[in-house]
Design a protein around this ligand. Structure first.
Ligand code: CTP
Length: 408
């Protein structure tokens, strides 16, 4: 049974942590509960102990059976979940402050154990610079956040700060756990491109697009969870590096091409989710263009290298058969355009999405995609980008097995 340490902090949403516990138990997890003293003011030890059939841990000192409870709990767990994460525990996690069992156990969690954090608090506390900075610091270490949502809060305000839905928290924890057990891409090297590119007009201006990078980052995260070595070549985005992923940050299409071409020979799989600029200014100015003196009525553009097409053409070099996956963002005739890109760019799979839909494409957390392969078309329902990443990598694993069969 997968082992989850549930850390419950002192907030009104502690009662929802009970539902999270039940969800994890329904998914056959063995859960131990660690409550802060304040958490017990909201949901008492009797409730937790009745559900987990274990003593609920609260203190560094009171458990006679375990000499070092924080180390025992932190190393026992295959995944750690903090629900609700208060501003206080976030501040402690961000700076490594330890003054009770919860904060000490969290600092003692080995780097390879996934940690999932679901904050809930008053809107102003959530939006406070200090809290946001702490969240960014913690996320930069690869901790997964299930971010709070907007709603009617206990303090009678309406705003962001409400605990994310219980199902999302359970789902995220199960996904993190899967990474510990399902190592189906172990020994593989996966290259992912993500985000937009910025093409300089002058030192302070550029041409860009609305890509958030979320889809590519979800793929990189999922591949790392499945045990792959992952190189993520990322354009400028405001996302933190997923745990276990090597990120190479680039700005322009030509930098992305160089980074991708350097990594590709060692790869087994390349997934191009980036929204690479098709054109770049031919002669970017080396100084800031002045409105009055440098009348600008047109910018001459030249085509960038199509990175995906270059990978498709090189996928069998070096006696290796690599799997190449492209994306097709379309507003009309989705499958026809995707099939054209599949053939033209030498891909094994094209993930086509209709970017004119509200629930799909740039910046959204969900995506509705159609997987287009030479042997068929698979239209998926609207899914979270994490679920889409799972489906894409399931197909990639099939394609890898097939490619290797073909090379023998
Ligand atoms: N792509 C790339 N390098 C480029 C342009 C695109 O690697 N210079 C990749 C993207 O990462 C994506 C795929 O190509 O995987 C599809 O990009 P898209 O812009 O939709 O295709 P285009 O060939 O530009 O076709 P069109 O603009 O006519 O739709």
């Amino acid at each position: 049974m997968p082992r989850v340490l549930l850390v419950v902090c002192g907030g009104i949403a502690a009662y929802k942590a009970v539902e999270v516990l039940r969800g994890l138990q329904r998914a056959q997890c063995d859960v131990r509960v660690l409550c802060t003293r304040d958490a017990l003011e909201f949901v008492g030890a009797a409730t937790w102990e009745g559900l987990v059939h274990h003593r609920v841990s609260t203190s560094l000192y009171e458990d006679a059976h375990s000499t070092i409870p924080h180390i025992e709990l932190a190393t026992w767990a295959e995944a750690v979940l903090v629900v609700p994460a208060t501003a206080n525990i976030l501040a402690k996690m961000a700076c490594g402050l330890v003054d009770d069992l919860a904060s000490t156990a969290l600092l003692a969690v080995p780097k390879t154990t996934p940690v999932v954090v679901a904050p809930a608090m008053n809107t102003h506390m959530w939006l406070a610079d200090a809290t946001q900075r702490n969240v960014a610091t913690i996320a930069s270490r690869g901790v997964e956040f299930v971010l709070p949502v907007e709603g009617h809060l206990a303090c009678n305000e309406v705003g962001t700060g409400k605990l994310a839905p219980v199902e999302s928290i359970v789902e995220c924890t199960l996904r993190a756990l899967k990474g510990r057990t399902c190592q189906s891409l172990s020994g593989r090297h996966v290259l992912v491109t993500a985000g937009p590119t910025h093409e300089a007009i002058d030192p302070v201006r550029y041409l860009a697009n609305a890509s958030s990078g979320k889809m590519g980052y979800a793929i990189a995260r999922e591949a790392a969870l499945r045990g792959a070595r992952v190189t993520l070549v990322s354009g400028p985005v405001s996302l933190s590096e997923p745990r276990g992923v090597q990120r190479v940050s680039v700005v322009s299409a030509s930098q992305m091409r160089d980074a991708v071409m350097e990594a590709f020979p060692q790869c087994d799989v390349a997934i191009c989710a980036a929204a690479v600029a098709d054109y770049t200014p031919a002669n970017p100015a080396d100084h800031k263009l002045k409105k009055a003196s440098e009348h600008m009525d047109c910018i001459r553009l030249v085509e960038t290298t199509d990175i995906l097409a270059a990978l498709g053409a090189a996928k069998e070099e070096g006696g290796r058969r690599r799997v190449v996956v492209g994306f097709a963002a379309e507003t009309n005739d989705l499958v026809v355009h995707a099939q054209d890109k599949l053939a033209r760019k030498g891909c094994d799979l094209v993930v086509a999405n209709d970017v004119s839909r509200q629930d799909s494409g740039f910046g959204t957390d969900t995506n509705r995609v159609t997987l287009v392969a030479p042997n068929g078309v698979d239209e998926l329902p609207t899914l979270s980008k994490d679920e889409v990443a799972e489906r894409i990598l399931d197909r990639v694993e099939e394609l890898l097995a097939k490619a290797e069969g073909g090379m023998r």
